[in-house]
Design a protein around this ligand. Structure first.
Ligand SMILES: NC(=O)c1ccc[n+]([C@@H]2O[C@H](COP(=O)([O-])OP(=O)(O)OC[C@H]3O[C@@H](n4cnc5c(N)ncnc54)[C@H](OP(=O)(O)O)[C@@H]3O)[C@@H](O)[C@H]2O)c1
Length: 256
């Protein structure tokens, strides 16, 4: 029986990098995403391991129920949740002009959704623990993909920054609540990563990297982020929880 990982947004970008890496580690992976089943991609992924695809939105509790139940029905357990799915504002607008609708959309997908999905998955992990009669070791791992925007200010996408700062607090909250239960919770903070999300601002960041945006003068990649997720999920740090791992080429280091 493989270990089972839930990767939201595991069909594209950073999430797809995480799916690939976890399949290579022997995990079975359940993906939640809004697009219809990507048949070609799924065929390719299934050559590497077991994959389940649930079409739904992380913003909707009804999707959480279908997603978690589908994984439990298929494999009977959940070992790892990676809260990766996320969106940028559809329009970058100055915080003096931004619309409440964009705030609600971004917060709903990036913060409220993962918060309640985490609640549901943690409860499923605990029920599994009790069923197995497990009394020691790591029962489950939860990894939240936040962003440098949890602390870096961008005044033209305030709702995104607030959502990611909130993910940081959600990480601390669930880490504290779940520590006595044997579930560890971590936050992975990517810097600027080459995906669809950043494709529209490529020239801007090319120039900024050339100008020293990060000590490592290059864009990050989905495998860079996936590498951190694999390390954290390996269960080799059972006495650490609530940790933040920056995957940003050193961008978070204050420099003069
Ligand atoms: N790229 C960066 O520079 C960067 C930096 C820091 C942090 N991050 C964070 O990393 C995560 C992944 O970003 P990315 O760059 O890989 O973005 P991306 O290429 O735009 O991919 C976003 C992923 O989230 C899924 N998704 C979007 N809305 C969803 C919803 N309502 N329900 C379920 N799934 C949904 C998408 O699948 P569907 O389209 O099928 O729904 C897709 O798989 C996000 O949380 C993002 O904030 C990215």
């Amino acid at each position: 029986m493989p270990q089972v990982a839930l990767v939201t947004g595991g069909n594209r970008g950073i999430g797809l990098g995480i799916t690939h890496a976890l399949l290579d580690e022997g995990y079975a992976v359940a993906i939640l995403a809004t697009r219809p089943e990507p048949e070609e991609l799924l065929a390719e992924l299934r050559e590497r391991g077991e994959v389940l695809y649930v079409q739904g939105s992380v913003a909707e509790p009804e999707s959480h129920e279908r997603y978690v139940n589908a994984a439990l029905e298929r494999w009977g357990r959940i070992d790892l949740l990676v809260n990766n799915a996320g969106v940028a504002p559809s329009v970058r607008a100055d915080i003096l002009e931004a619309e409440p609708e964009s705030f609600d959309r971004v917060l709903g997908i990036n913060l409220r959704g993962p918060y309640f999905l985490t609640q549901r998955v943690a409860n499923a992990m605990l029920a599994g623990r009790d069923e197995r009669g497990q009394t020691d070791g790591v029962v489950g791992t939860i990894i939240n993909v936040s962003s440098v925007s949890a602390t870096f200010v961008s005044t033209n996408r305030g709702e995104y920054c607030i959502s990611k700062a909130g993910v940081g607090m959600a990480t601390q909250l669930f880490a504290a609540r779940l520590a006595p239960e044997g579930i560890v919770v971590y936050e992975v903070r990517p810097g600027v990563i080459a995906t669809d999300m950043t494709a529209g601002v490529k020239e801007k960041y090319d120039a900024q990297f050339a100008d020293g945006l990060a000590p490592m003068p290059r864009w990050g990649t989905p495998p860079d982020v996936a590498g951190a997720v694999v390390q954290l999920s390996a269960g080799k740090m059972p006495y650490s929880t609530g940790e933040i791992i920056n995957v940003d080429g050193g961008m978070h280091i204050p420099r003069l």
